[in-house]
Design a protein around this ligand. Structure first.
Ligand code: 3PG
Length: 305
C-alpha cells in the first residue's frame, strides 16, 4: 500500500516527518509531491497510489482517472470543496476530511487580520479597538467556536448564525444566536465568514446583505472566496466609504479591490489560516492516522462522500 502526500503548499517539515512515521509504522509506503506547479505532475504521481493526502489541492475526475489504485483521498483540513465528491464516489474512492484540526490556527489569524486592519495596517494613524464591538459569526463550526472564545477575551459582543444548529446549541457556547442571516449582518459591525462553499452559500454574501451592516462595517473572510459575490462587494465599497473587506482567501478581483480601495482592503498573499507548525502537525498526523485506519482496517470515520 502506498500513500502520496500531494501538497502544492507543503506542510511544515516536522509535520511531514511525523506523518511519514505514522504511515510507515502502519505498514504504508510514503511518496511525496510537494510544491508542484503543474497538474501533470500530480497526474503522474498518483498513478500507483492507494491513498492521497492533500490540502487545497484539486482532486477532480481527471486526477481520479489517473489514479488506478486509489481507494482514499484525505483532505488534511476542514473544507473539501476541492474534491469532486461525485467523481470520487463514481471511482469507488472514499473522501475524508480532518475536522477541527486547524481551527485554532484559522481563528488566531482572524484576529491578526482584524487588529492589523483596525490599526490602519499599522500606518501609525489612530485606529479603533475591538472591545465592546459586535462580531457576527456566519456559521458556527470549529473555527467559529475558536473565534468566539478569543473574541470574548477581547471583550467583543459575539453573535452567531448556523443553519444546522439550534439556538440552544449556539448559546451553550456563550454567544448570542440570531434567527437569520440578514439579522446577523444587520446587527454586527464585524462579520467573520465560517461557512463552507456549497451550492447554497456560493455567491450568497452579496450587496443586499452587506449594505445592511452597521457603520464602519468590516467583512472578514477566512473561509472560501467563492461565497462572496465580488461584483456586489465592489459596488457596495464604492457607495460606502466606511466599509472594509479583509480576506485570507484572496478574491478573484483582488487587483481591482486594491486599485479602487487601497488600505480599506487587505488580502494575504498566500492563504495562511492553517499555515502554522501546530495546525500542520494536527491536520497532517490526523490525515496519516485516518489513512492507516482506512487502508489497513476499513475505518471510515470522517468520510464525506
Ligand atoms: C481548510 O479548509 O482546512 C483550510 O481552508 C486550510 O486550507 P489549506 O490546507 O490549503 O491551508
Amino acid at each position: 500500500m502506498k500513500v502520496l502526500i500531494a501538497t502544492e503548499k507543503p506542510f511544515a517539515a516536522a509535520a511531514v516527518k511525523a506523518m511519514e512515521e505514522v504511515l510507515t509504522a502502519g505498514g504504508i509506503e510514503v511518496a511525496k509531491l510537494e510544491k508542484y506547479t503543474e497538474k501533470k505532475q500530480l497526474l503522474e504521481a498518483v498513478a500507483d497510489a492507494d491513498g492521497i493526502i492533500i490540502r487545497s489541492d484539486i482532486v477532480d475526475a481527471e486526477v481520479l482517472d489517473a489514479a488506478k489504485n486509489l481507494k482514499l483521498v484525505v483532505r488534511a483540513g476542514a473544507g473539501y470543496d476541492n474534491i469532486d465528491l461525485a467523481a470520487a464516489t463514481a471511482h469507488n474512492v472514499v473522501a475524508m476530511n480532518t475536522p477541527g484540526q486547524n481551527a485554532n490556527a484559522v481563528a488566531e489569524l482572524v484576529f491578526g487580520m482584524l487588529l492589523f486592519q483596525c490599526r490602519n495596517q499599522f500606518s501609525g494613524a489612530a485606529g479603533t479597538e475591538l472591545m465592546g464591538k459586535t462580531l457576527g459569526l456566519h456559521a458556527f463550526g470549529n473555527v467559529a467556536r475558536n473565534v468566539a472564545r478569543v473574541a470574548k477575551g477581547f471583550g467583543m459582543e459575539v453573535y452567531a448564525y448556523d443553519p444546522f444548529l439550534t439556538k440552544e446549541q449556539i448559546e451553550s457556547a456563550g454567544v448570542k444566536a440570531v434567527a437569520s442571516i440578514p439579522e446577523l449582518y444587520k446587527t454586527c459591525q464585524y462579520v467573520s465568514l465560517h461557512c463552507p462553499a456549497t451550492k447554497e452559500t456560493i455567491g450568497s454574501i452579496n450587496y443586499d446583505l452587506l449594505k445592511t451592516m452597521p457603520k464602519n462595517a468590516c467583512l472578514i473572510n477566512t473561509a472560501r472566496k467563492e461565497v462572496i459575490d465580488e461584483a456586489g462587494v465592489l459596488k457596495l465599497m464604492e457607495e460606502r466609504e466606511d466599509f472594509k473587506y479583509i480576506a485570507d482567501v484572496k478574491p478573484a478581483a483582488a487587483d481591482d479591490f486594491v486599485a479602487k480601495f487601497g488600505t480599506r482592503v487587505f488580502f494575504t498573499p498566500k492563504k495562511s489560516g492553517a499555515q502554522t507548525a501546530e495546525a500542520n502537525a494536527n491536520a497532517g498526523i490526523a490525515a496519516a492516522k485516518q489513512s492507516v485506519g482506512f487502508l489497513k482496517e476499513g475505518i471510515d470515520k470522517f468520510r464525506v462522500n
